[in-house]
Structures are given as structure tokens and as C-alpha cells.
Design a binder for this molecule. Structure first.
Ligand code: ZN
Length: 154
């Protein structure tokens, strides 16, 4: 079974960030027109997440129309509808900006790209192959963990 993938409509930036933190593949481009989003969702087998209630979506497209306004509620709704249980292993496995899967990076590779104290105090780093952003398990990481811990199975 291939992994579930989504496309998010405009105005869903908060939703997208949380879903990516949880490790889900969510395509998002604020500048895309709805027709483009539909086209890409179809081509790539993605489920379109939107807030457009009146739009007539093609019959063969998988769509979730949200009425929720808060990102946490939106995420919960989508997880419920598709019976998804986020796994802690997937937490921060994806770049929050690009949606790309992160790669492991060695301490030496990231040395010049992270603050000195971070380099000294951390062993494990991950890097986005697209934008080059470096991720590590620091305070920022922990704060994001708190933002999404309600979604993990107890
Ligand atoms: Zn990136």
C-alpha cells in the first residue's frame, strides 16, 4: 500500500505545518489556483484538503472539505476521516518548508551551518535535500513535539 498523500488548498498554512511535523506528505503552494491543485491531486493520487464549501469538485477526486477554523481541529478531522494514527517515528521526518524527506547529516557537514553551541552539544542532525535547512533535537524541536503530542496514540 502506498503512503497517503495530501494537497492543501490556500489558507491552510497552519494545518500544513502540523501535518508535516507529524511526517505527512502535504503539497502546499499558496499561489496555486484551485484547478492546478485538482490536477496535481489527481495525477499524484493525493487527497485534496480545502475549505471551499461551494466549489463543485470533480466526482473522481478525493476531497475533504473542512469547516474547522483551527489547525489542530483541522488535523484531527483529517486524521479521523482517514483513520490515521500518527507514529512518533515519523515526527519531524520531513522539511516543514519544502515537504521533502530529511536526510541524515554528519556533525562535520553541518558544522558551519549551525550555531557553535548546537554543534558542540548535539550528535545527530538531519538536513533537507532541497533547501538545506538543518534540523536537530533542541528546544525548538521539543516545542514542536508539544504542539503535536495530542495526536500520538497514548
Ligand atoms: Zn526544505
Amino acid at each position: 500500500m502506498s503512503e497517503i498523500k495530501f494537497t492543501a488548498d490556500v489558507m491552510l498554512g497552519g494545518f500544513v505545518r502540523l501535518m508535516r511535523m507529524l511526517g505527512y506528505d502535504v503539497l502546499y503552494d499558496k499561489n496555486s489556483k484551485i484547478e492546478e491543485l485538482i490536477e496535481r491531486s489527481r495525477k499524484e493520487g493525493r487527497i485534496l484538503i480545502t475549505k471551499r464549501r461551494r466549489y463543485r469538485f470533480p466526482q473522481d477526486l478525493k476531497v475533504v472539505v473542512l469547516s474547522e477554523n483551527y489547525p489542530h481541529e483541522q488535523v484531527q478531522k483529517v486524521l479521523n476521516i482517514h483513520s490515521l494514527t500518527p507514529s512518533k517515528e515519523k515526527f519531524l521526518s520531513r522539511c516543514l518548508i519544502c515537504n521533502e524527506l530529511l536526510e541524515e547529516a554528519s556533525r562535520e557537514e553541518v558544522r558551519s551551518k549551525v550555531p557553535e553551541f548546537v554543534y558542540r552539544t548535539h550528535e545527530e542532525f538531519a538536513r533537507c535535500p532541497v533547501c538545506g535547512r538543518i534540523y536537530w533535537e533542541g528546544t525548538h524541536h521539543q516545542n514542536m513535539g508539544k504542539m503535536v503530542e495530542m495526536f500520538f496514540k497514548k
